[in-house]
Design a protein around this ligand. Structure first.
Ligand code: SF4
Length: 461
C-alpha cells in the first residue's frame, strides 16, 4: 500500500477482496491530515440552509458565515431569504465580555426587517468556548417575536460533520408537530435529504404527482417552515441522504409514528426501485398506483436508454473514482457508472457508516479501494495508482483532479445541472462522456488510456 497513507489512518482504508472488511469510520479526523471533511457547524448549515423562508443567523466570527455563504445550489420556487448569510461578526471584545447582547440585537433587527417564518441560530466554535447561552436568547426572542427561534448547537470543534447533521435534525424536530395537519391525503410523503440542487426535488415531485402521491414537506430543498411544522401528518418519509436526515426520520418514527424508507434518486435502478417501493407502500389504499408507476418508469426508460447505449460505446472500460459526503450516494453512483460500461476503482466518503462500507465491499470489484474520511495526499496517490479517467466528487476534490490532469464530474452541492431522476441520469452520462472524451487530455501530462487516445483524436478532427 502507498506511503501516502499515514499510519494512524491505515484502518480507514480497505481494498475489496483483500482481507476481512473491518473499516474504521465515524472517527474524528486525524489532526494534521487536512481531511476533506467540513466542521460540525458546516454540517448543520448544509442541511438547514435550503429552508427558504427562514432566517439563518451564524453566531460567530465572520469567517464561519463567509465560508458557508450560499453553500448549496439549493433552488427555491419562492422566497430566497436562505441565500443571505447573516452573522453576528463576533470580535475580540465580544469574546471577552460575551456575545449575547450582540446576538439579541441582531435577531431583533433581522426578524423585524425580513419577517421570516422561523429563525435558526447557529453556534460556532468560539460561542462554545465563551459559553453564550444560545438557548436562553432564542427562547426570549421567540416569545418576543412570536416565531420559532431555534438554536442549532453546532460548535465546530465538538465532533465531526455528522454531529452537525444531528444538530440540524434536533433543531428541525422542534418545529415538527406544531402545524395543522387538516387536509393531508392518505397517500402522502415527506421528502427527506433532498436539497433541490439545480431543481432536483421538482423532478422527483413531478414523478410522485404522476403516481398520485402528495408531498407534504420538502426537507429541506425548497423547504418551507409551515410545511415542516405539519409534516407529521404525512403517511411516509422518504429518506435520501441518510447521513443528513436519518436522525430526524428516526425521531419522527418514534414520536409521531411516521415510518420511513431509504431511497435514492440517482441512477436507473435506484430511481425506479425507489418509486416502486413507494407504490408498494401505498398499494392497499390506491390499487392503481403500481400500474401508473410502471407506466412512468417505462416511458422514462424509453427516452433514456438509446442515448446511454450511444455514450457507452466510448466509455466502455474507462476507470472512475468516487468521493462523496455520504456513502449511500456512492451505491447509486457505482451502478450508474456501470451502466456506462465504466469500472469504479476507488470509492470513499466523508461520513459513511460501518454498514455503508460493508455494503460497498460487497458491490465493488476486487482491488477497489474503499476509504473513509480521506485527505488530498491519499486521494492523489490512489488516483494516480489506479490510472483514473474521471473523478466524481465535490468542490474540494475538483482541484485534485485538475492538478492531476484528469476528468472531473461535480456531484456535490454546488452543481448547476440536475443529476437526479431519469433525466438526471442522462445529464450525468453526458457530463461524464464530455469530460472523459475531452480533447484537452491530449495536451496534459497524464497518460490517458490507449483506447481513449484514438477516439479523442477522432473527435478533434
Ligand atoms: S465553526 Fe469553527 S471550525 Fe467551523 S468554520 Fe467556524 S471557526 Fe471554523
Amino acid at each position: 500500500m502507498t506511503t501516502a497513507i499515514l499510519n494512524e489512518r491505515r484502518q480507514q482504508v480497505h481494498r475489496t477482496g483483500q482481507g476481512p472488511m473491518d473499516l474504521a469510520c465515524n472517527r474524528d479526523s486525524l489532526a494534521g491530515a487536512v481531511s476533506q471533511r467540513a466542521c460540525v457547524f458546516c454540517g448543520s448549515r448544509v442541511v438547514l440552509y435550503p429552508i427558504a423562508d427562514a432566517l439563518h443567523l451564524v453566531h460567530g466570527p465572520i469567517g464561519c458565515a463567509a465560508y458557508t455563504w450560499d453553500i448549496r445550489g439549493a433552488l427555491s420556487s419562492g422566497p430566497e431569504l436562505h441565500r443571505l448569510s447573516f452573522s453576528t461578526d463576533l470580535q475580540e471584545r465580544d469574546v471577552i465580555f460575551g456575545g449575547e447582547k450582540k446576538l439579541t440585537a441582531a435577531l431583533n433587527e433581522l426578524i423585524d426587517r425580513h419577517q421570516p417564518k422561523a429563525a435558526f441560530v447557529y453556534s460556532t466554535c468560539i460561542v462554545g468556548i465563551i459559553g453564550d447561552d444560545l438557548k436562553a436568547v432564542c427562547r426570549a426572542m421567540s416569545e418576543k417575536k412570536g416565531i420559532p427561534v431555534l438554536p442549532v448547537q453546532s460548535e465546530g470543534f465538538k465532533g465531526n460533520k455528522r454531529s452537525g447533521y444531528l444538530a440540524a435534525c434536533q433543531a428541525m424536530f422542534q418545529l415538527i408537530g406544531t402545524g395543522d395537519v387538516t387536509g393531508i391525503p392518505a397517500t402522502s410523503v415527506n421528502l427527506f435529504g433532498d436539497f433541490n440542487l439545480a431543481g432536483e426535488i421538482w423532478i422527483i415531485r413531478e414523478y410522485l404527482k404522476r403516481m398520485g402521491v402528495a408531498v407534504v414537506a420538502n426537507i429541506t430543498g425548497d423547504g418551507r417552515v409551515d410545511d415542516i411544522r405539519r409534516c407529521h401528518g404525512a403517511a411516509l418519509n422518504l429518506v435520501q441522504c441518510s447521513g443528513a436526515t436519518m436522525d430526524l426520520a428516526k425521531m419522527m418514527q418514534e414520536s409521531h409514528g411516521v415510518p420511513f424508507i431509504r431511497v435514492s434518486y440517482l441512477g436507473i435502478e435506484d430511481m425506479a426501485d425507489s418509486l416502486y417501493r413507494v407504490a408498494e407502500f401505498f398499494k392497499d389504499c390506491d390499487p392503481k398506483i403500481m400500474d401508473r408507476t410502471r407506466e412512468l418508469v417505462r416511458d422514462e426508460l424509453n427516452k433514456l436508454l438509446p442515448e446511454l447505449a450511444m455514450l457507452r460505446r466510448d466509455l466502455e472500460g474507462k476507470k472512475a473514482a468516487i468521493y462523496v459526503g455520504g456513502a449511500f450516494k456512492a451505491f447509486s453512483l457505482i451502478k450508474a457508472l456501470r451502466h456506462l460500461g465504466m469500472q469504479v476503482v476507488l470509492v470513499g466518503s466523508q461520513t459513511g457508516t460501518k454498514e455503508d462500507y460493508e455494503e460497498l465491499a460487497t458491490i465493488t470489484d476486487p482491488g477497489t479501494i474503499i476509504v473513509d474520511d480521506s485527505n488530498p495526499l491519499e486521494l492523489s496517490a490512489f488516483l494516480k495508482e489506479q490510472a483514473v479517467d474521471i473523478f466524481v466528487g465535490g468542490v474540494k476534490e475538483r482541484p485534485i483532479a485538475y492538478k492531476l490532469g484528469m476528468g472531473f464530474c461535480d456531484h456535490n452541492h454546488e452543481r448547476k445541472i440536475a443529476l437526479e431522476g431519469f433525466i438526471g441520469m442522462a445529464h450525468f452520462a453526458r457530463e461524464v462522456h464530455r469530460s472523459v472524451m475531452s480533447p484537452v487530455w491530449l495536451f496534459t501530462s497524464r497518460k490517458i488510456t490507449a483506447s481513449t487516445r484514438p477516439i479523442i483524436k477522432e473527435a478533434v478532427a
